[in-house]
Design a protein. Sequence first.
Length: 112
Amino acid sequence: MSDLNEPYQNNDEQLIKYLEGKLFGEELYEFEKQMSDSSMLNDAVEGLDTIKNKHKIDNYVNDLNKHLHNYTSSKKKRRLKHKLELNDWTLLSIFLIITLCIVAYCIIRKIH
């Protein structure tokens, strides 16, 4: 089984066709092979298979995709928010601190 971060290689139409029993032959074989290789796809199929009203599956899939997109975009925003900005003053300050440390080290080494 692959990890949960594996990209989903099928489109929503194939997932819906599988759940409605409309995949046959090579398409069915490939979908089930991919399902056995992807724990995320397998969990999605199991979860959507429990829905009693099959006509609403498309709505559920769209809602799940929208929530997943919102979650990942908000996570990306948080990551960018905490990113350190290296502007000119920051770089100059870092350079000066390192230079002062080197000078102080040299002075201490000469005294001893």
